[in-house]
Write a protein of this length. Sequence first.
Length: 88
Amino acid sequence: MSQATFTLDDLKRILLEGSGAPEGGGLDLDSLDTEFSDIGYDSLALLETASRIEREYGIELDESVMGEATTPRVFLDAVAGHLTAPAA
C-alpha cells in the first residue's frame, strides 16, 4: 500500500539507507535547490534511492525522473506527483 506523502525527512532517510551518507549528507531546507552532486550524491546513490522509494511506496518512477530530478526539490515534487496520480 502506498503512502500519501513524501517529505524531505523521508528523502533523507532513504538516501542515508542507500548511500550510507552521514546524517542525510547535508540535505536540509537550505539545500533544496542545490544539485545532488554538489551535496555529495552521485547518480548511483540516486538510482538506489529511486529503487527504494518504488519498493517502499508502491510506485513506479518514470525514467525521466532520474534525468530531470537533479535537486532535492525536483525529486520531492516528482515523487509527490507519482503518489497523488490516479492508479492506472
